[in-house]
Write a protein that binds this ligand. Structure first.
Ligand SMILES: NC(=O)C1=CN([C@@H]2O[C@H](COP(=O)(O)OP(=O)(O)OC[C@H]3O[C@@H](n4cnc5c(N)ncnc54)[C@H](OP(=O)(O)O)[C@@H]3O)[C@@H](O)[C@H]2O)[C@@H](O)CC1
Ligand SMILES: Nc1ncnc2c1ncn2[C@@H]1O[C@H](COP(=O)(O)OP(=O)(O)O)[C@@H](O)[C@H]1O
Ligand SMILES: [K+]
Length: 501
């Protein structure tokens, strides 16, 4: 499913009408009807509805919804909150249909704000611009203060559709019925929460006319379809031989978690490279792994023998490595000497900030997996700015350095060097614990060795990680006690659920 910006949505709408014979009035009828049916399904017993109608096409959808609710014998109070001359075009057509059905409009008296009533917010859609003007500024506050269940049409009124907007005032919806395609703000840290529970409804825009935008949500269907089938004749070489460089005297656990996750995810052979004196302590928890000792300076990795790279299908570096400058030459060496995919995570990303020229020179597949803080460090932006503009900042970075970028968060955004983007929304707050990212690194390393397409490998790895957290919570864990190490052993749950082979 595509994720669109407002302008892209308008393009699709325009093209549908101009080139594919779709009428605006019909599309509005479809939108309003699809939403009304959902409302009736969700509230089969509720009698009273209040529909608040604004001046654009979002208000037009509101007229259709009000008519259908009345047709179904519900007590639907429709209030138009703008002067009559503001209602134009398709919205005016549907206002007339509403009135010709014998239905009338009410005024916004105090009695309509009744907690036994469901509120339908059809004030403002994706056409909102700038700070809210009267009467919407006060109305949005009033709606948010009310105890009613709030259903927003297409988008919570006042909320920007696109990334980048700093200040806004918007309805905090309990439920949002999104028209045709989710908009960017559904996935942003500071706006996602305004949508409440959400569902995307098809209103009949022709897929042939959809904008040429490569920004998609990754689904369980996509995972099951694109996950490579392991041949019966598989041997460890088929599954991939990976190397993970990380850990040190202070953070050996990070390396342990990444290596174990890589093996559990299905790698043929995983080698963990770290300072020599901690290897004996790691061996009991990683009986399947191979180990390689690195050069060391005061407990941190200071060098890796390039011979360790021989025969490796992919390499991951950074987990638990520390930020001491002594480790920087390791990243430098791996950037120039790794011939297969190279994934850089955690402290590796910290060092990378000082090696951007080497990154630019590298020709082979390189994957960076920053969280918001690491992305801010890499780009020189504030964390708040990264959260407000994750799509465009990811694209700029991926394009400038020719890398695959996995910007991690509740909605992880994966970007290719060419700028295609995938949003992977699985997971829950149980993952917000030190170590979850290390597990992800191990999983991604394995996926990179087994998929032909790096972007599918990354999307499937994020899905595997996030869905495992969801399945564990639905079974015997909670978001409070879930551990990154539970996640590793829980990978089987996701495999068994989605790849019953
Ligand atoms: N295929 C589709 O996409 C389909 C989309 N459909 C629906 O259309 C919606 C988009 O409709 P849209 O373009 O008419 O814009 P919309 O959001 O109603 O806002 C415009 C109004 O808001 C006002 N206004 C703006 N900013 C404001 C502010 N700061 N403060 C105060 N007022 C402000 C502006 O006022 P003006 O600036 O003109 O004074 C104007 O009256 C979309 O979300 C979906 O619900 C479906 O019907 C079917 C097909
Ligand atoms: N609230 C959340 N909902 C969904 N996924 C989350 C949430 N918080 C964190 N995650 C996921 O958990 C992982 C955390 O990675 P990271 O921040 O690198 O952790 P660490 O470095 O502490 O191991 C990422 O994959 C991220 O997408
Ligand atoms: K709305």
């Amino acid at each position: 499913m595509q994720v669109l910006r407002a302008e892209e949505m308008y393009d699709w709408d325009r093209k549908a009408m101009e080139s594919y014979g779709r009428e605006g009035q019909v599309l509005m009828e479809n939108a309003g009807r699809a939403i009304a049916e959902e409302i009736l399904r969700k509230f089969p017993e509720t009698e009273k509805f209040l529909i608040v109608i604004g001046g654009g096409n979002n208000g037009g959808d509101g007229y259709v919804i009000a008519r259908i609710l009345k047709d179904r014998r519900r007590i639907a109070t429709a209030v138009q909150v703008v002067p009559d001359e503001k209602i134009k075009g398709d919205a005016l057509y549907h206002k007339r249909v509403y009135e010709q059905s014998g239905y009338s409009l009410s005024s916004l008296s105090e009695e309509v704000w009744n907690e036994n009533t469901v509120l339908v917010d059809a004030m403002l859609g994706i056409g909102v611009k700038g700070a809210l003007r009267a009467p919407f500024d006060e109305l949005v506050s009033k709606v948010n203060e009310s105890q009613m269940h709030r259903i927003s049409v297409d988008i919570p009124s006042g909320l920007p559709a696109d990334e980048g907007v700093k200040e806004f005032q918007a309805v905090k919806a309990d439920t949002t019925y999104i028209v045709q395609a989710p908009k960017q703000s559904l996935f942003l840290d500071h706006t996602a929460g305004y949508y409440g529970e959400w569902k995307v409804l098809d209103i009949g825009l022709p897929p042939m006319a959809s904008p040429k935008v490569s920004r998609e949500i990754w689904t369980e269907g996509a995972f099951a379809e694109s996950f490579p089938v392991l041949p019966g004749s598989a041997h460890k070489g088929t599954r991939g031989k990976g190397l993970i460089v990380g850990g040190g005297r202070m953070m050996p656990g990070a390396l342990m978690m990444a290596a174990r996750a890589s093996i559990r995810a299905g790698a043929g052979l995983t080698t963990a490279a770290t300072v020599r004196d901690i290897i004996p302590y790691l061996t009991p928890s990683l009986p399947e792994a191979m180990f390689a000792g690195t050069g060391e300076s005061s407990g941190v990795i200071s060098s890796v023998d390039p011979e360790v790279l021989e025969g490796k299908d992919a390499v991951a570096v950074g987990v638990g490595m520390g930020r001491e400058p002594e480790s920087r030459p390791v990243i430098e060496m791996l950037l120039s000497r790794t011939s297969g995919p190279l994934l850089i995570d955690a402290d590796g990303l910290y060092h990378l900030r000082f090696l951007l020229d080497d990154l630019k020179k590298r020709q082979e597949v390189t994957v960076l997996t920053p969280h918001f803080g690491e992305m801010a460090h890499l780009t020189g932006e504030e964390v708040s700015e990264v959260k407000r503009n994750p799509f465009s900042l990811s694209r700029s970075l991926a394009y400038e350095y020719g890398v695959y970028l996995v910007l991690k968060g509740p909605n992880t955004i994966i970007t290719t060097p060419e700028g295609s983007q995938i949003i992977e929304p699985s997971g829950n707050e149980g993952l917000s614990k030190g170590g979850s990212g290390d597990v992800l690194t191990g999983v991604l390393l394995t996926m990179l060795m087994q998929h032909e397409s790096p972007v599918k490998a990354l999307a499937n790895g994020c899905f595997l990680h996030g869905r495992t957290a969801e399945l564990l919570i639905s079974k015997n864990r909670t978001v409070l006690d879930l551990l990154p190490t539970d996640l590793t052993d829980g990978l089987s749950l996701t495999y068994r659920t989605f790849l019953p082979r």
